[in-house]
Write a protein that binds this ligand. Structure first.
Ligand code: PMP
Length: 427
């Protein structure tokens, strides 16, 4: 009998499952832990961003899903659907966007695709400004705006994309500048770009770049961009697929770190808000959302069962102040990891906010990316009982930490200990 790993060749792409040399089959989860097929338990420091916003197998979500599945799952586009309406009302209010409407999808890709469709139609332009090193999904239009070649498999493009500086603070041409000068330089760059282009539809940006290695600009960059964009009538799309729902601790949405000039015109979300059920969505004011004059529906977007999951998960998140937990526990964890990083020649920077923390690894004594070390630490952490992620441009030399938002202080300490040990394996 061939192993599940061998049989995985039937799935494309087969290499993605090989996150570890010895692929990991997860069989169940609870709280912040998951178990593999051999019964081994791991602390999950990555699933929080992928799927599990609050906690694995959260009883409130499981109950809501199974009750709704046992009641009815039908079209959300032809008939009224109570969980969808209720979730739309709550998300519209939480978004901060005035007169907001919500369109539900099944993924972050589809949410960004919809945002691009709306922005280009609203503005009558197919030119998009995107950030270097960004990632926005895998559809044709999403890969064509992604500023990270490793995740953009084609040069053919349905959109004309122009790339803007600013998403990465500590590398690139402005890295040596102080925060205020950094923002000034990026704004000047944007002004210059706009002076040489026709009429872009929108700027799309992740407030903290996820796949790009948890990099962020200084607070206020997007507020400064906003002033320029407004003068040109260009919309601002904030991709909150990784930064939304309180993950960054200080703010409910990532854009709020730049919030002086108000909310974005369009906000997209996905991933963990369904706690594993496939939800995505777009929020925009009615005028933008209603600019399409043809039917545009998503059969499974807004499915009652995913909406029930989203509602239960969102209620839990708010009632238990998981944003506050991300701020408190994430703050301690970053401090701990900085202390650990200070003792390692391979750690260039420990950065992040709340429970979205990146550890950038370099070759000792240099500024050169060290993907080999990242791969080694990932394996060593797994051996120690901790799952983490990696990312960062082409070189995947950034360890990514994004646990479920209910992480406790003892769990944070335990994870930091395992990581300290794993880092010792690369010096
Ligand atoms: N935007 C961002 C910022 C993401 O990180 C991702 C997924 N990594 C997406 C969009 C795409 O989401 P999905 O994989 O659900 O299509």
């Amino acid at each position: 009998m061939s192993s599940l790993h061998d049989r995985h060749l039937a799935v494309s792409p087969d290499w993605l499952a090989l996150y570890y040399k010895r692929p990991l089959e997860l069989t169940h989860g609870e709280g912040r832990h998951v178990w593999d097929a051999d019964g081994r338990r791991y602390l999950d420091f990555f699933g929080g961003i992928l799927t599990t916003m609050t906690a694995h197998a959260l009883p409130e979500v499981t109950k809501a899903v199974s009750e709704q599945a046992g009641r009815i799952i039908h079209s959300s586009t032809l008939y009224l659907n109570r969980p969808m309406v209720e979730l739309a009302e709550r998300v519209a209010t939480l978004s901060g966007i005035p007169d907001a409407r919500v369109f539900f999808t099944t993924s972050g890709t589809e949410a960004n695709d919809t945002a691009l469709l709306l922005a280009t139609a609203y503005r009558g332009s197919n030119q998009i400004l995107a950030m270097r090193n960004s990632y926005h999904g895998r559809s044709f239009s999403a890969v064509s705006i992604t500023g990270n070649n490793a995740w953009s498999p084609t040069n053919l493009s349905p959109l004309q994309t122009l790339y803007v500086h600013g998403g990465v603070r500590t590398r690139g041409p402005y890295a040596h500048l102080g925060d205020a000068e950094f923002i000034e330089a990026c704004v000047a760059d944007l002004e210059d770009l706009l002076g040489h282009t026709r009429t872009p539809a929108a700027l799309i940006a992740e407030p903290i770049q996820g796949v790009g290695g948890f990099t962020s600009p200084p607070d206020g960059l997007y507020a400064a961009f906003r002033r320029v964009l407004d003068r040109h009538g260009v919309l601002w799309i904030s991709d909150e697929v990784q930064t939304g729902w309180g993950r960054t601790g200080e703010h409910f949405w990532g854009w709020q770190a730049h919030g002086r000039n108000g909310p974005p015109d369009i906000l997209t979300f996905a991933k963990g808000i369904g706690n594993g059920m496939s939800i995505g969505g777009v929020v925009a004011r009615a005028e933008v959302m209603n600019c399409l004059d043809a039917n545009s529906i998503s059969t499974f977007g807004g499915s009652p069962v995913t909406m029930a999951a989203g509602l239960a998960n969102l209620s839990y998140l708010l009632e238990h102040d998981l944003q506050g937990n991300a701020r408190r526990v994430g703050g301690l964890l970053i401090e701990r990891l900085r202390a650990i990083g200070a003792g390692s020649e391979c750690v260039r920077e420990v950065r992040g906010r709340g429970l979205m923390i990146g550890i950038e690894l370099v070759k000792p004594g240099t500024d050169e990316a060290n993907p080999e070390a990242a791969a080694t630490v990932l394996e060593a952490a797994r051996e120690g009982g901790l799952l983490i992620g990696k990312g960062g441009g082409h070189n995947t030399s950034v360890l990514r930490i994004a646990p479920p938002l209910s992480l406790t202080i003892p769990e944070a300490e335990e994870g930091a200990e395992i990581l300290a040990e794993a880092l010792r394996s690369v010096g």
